[in-house]
Design a protein around this ligand. Structure first.
Ligand code: PXL
Length: 281
């Protein structure tokens, strides 16, 4: 069994970050270690939140893992608590990403044209330095605009997306994946470009609802899929189908929570979708 470490916050309520990554990646048959970056009462889309920054734990935990000869097949980073912490995580990647380690960076910091409330304007540059070390980055269009300095546009064509992917590759990552891409009404998906010039895109129906935490469900499923041996296109399409199933389940639920998507009841379907994809390999 492969082992990864996911580096992001614990939002005690909110169905995002580690409370999403741990169950999803475990269900996909991959050991999921955690390096929590902060503990929040709830995620930052609530009107208020508490946040205990865990930056002072990162070095001692990493040192202990080195002492114990712990290694990882994958490193998957999400929400980081400060620009200083981005520097610490960049160093963590330098220390722990060996030859065969796959590094997935979800630069979770912004959506709908705006940085998340906990961040100030110099945060994206620090996150860009984490992206530089990644094999795969998974920004949405807002995050990609902040990382590249391109304008954030809600109406765009293929040229805008292609340029954004090229500019993201200039950060130094292996493959740039853009999420939340749409070229026609009713369809939403992802597009990637890698350093060999390979392009790929995958679209599903656009769900009318949107829930917090779906980016984390997406990135966790991509990481789980890659660790189980799917190629990137297969992992991205599996994750897109999974997110749609989670949104549909949330929308169909009478007790839908406003602050997160229902991934728990979709877990059997995720395992089935993964099994089907693996059986074709
Ligand atoms: O889902 C991204 C995320 C993760 N962690 C925290 C957040 C958010 C989005 O708002 O606030 C603390």
């Amino acid at each position: 069994m492969k082992r990864i470490v996911t580096i992001q916050d614990i939002s005690c309520i909110g169905c995002c970050s580690i409370t999403v990554a741990l169950p999803i990646i475990s269900a996909m048959g991959v050991e999921c270690g955690i390096l929590p970056t902060a503990v929040l009462s709830n995620h930052t889309m609530f009107s208020e939140f508490t946040c205990a920054d865990l930056s002072d734990q990162i070095e001692p935990i990493s040192d202990m893992w080195k002492k114990e000869n712990i290694t990882f097949d994958g490193i998957y980073t999400g929400y980081l608590a400060s620009k200083e912490q981005c520097g610490q995580i960049a160093r963590f990647i330098d220390r722990f990403a060996g030859e065969g380690t796959l590094t997935v960076v979800d630069p979770a910091m912004a959506d709908n044209g705006k940085l998340y409330p906990a961040f100030v304007s110099d945060f994206p540059a620090a996150m860009a330095d984490v992206c530089r070390r990644a094999d795969v980055i998974l920004p949405n269009i807002t995050e990609a605009a902040l990382l590249t300095g391109m304008p954030y546009q809600t109406v765009y064509g293929r040229q805008y997306i292609r340029e954004m992917l090229e500019r993201l590759l200039e950060l130094g990552c292996g493959t740039a994946v853009l999420t939340g891409v749409s070229f026609e009404p009713g369809r939403l998906g992802v597009a990637y470009l890698d350093r060999n010039g390979k392009e790929f895109s995958y679209f599903t129906k656009r769900c009318p609802q949107s829930y917090h935490g779906t980016g984390d469900i997406y990135a966790s499923t991509v990481t789980g899929g890659l660790m189980r041996g799917l190629d990137l296109g297969e992992a991205l399409s599996l994750a897109a189908d999974h997110v749609v199933a989670c949104i549909d389940a949330t929308a169909a639920s009478e007790e839908a929570r406003w602050y997160g998507a229902e991934f728990e009841t979709v877990m059997p379907e995720l395992c089935q979708m993964l099994r089907e994809r693996l059986s074709h390999k």
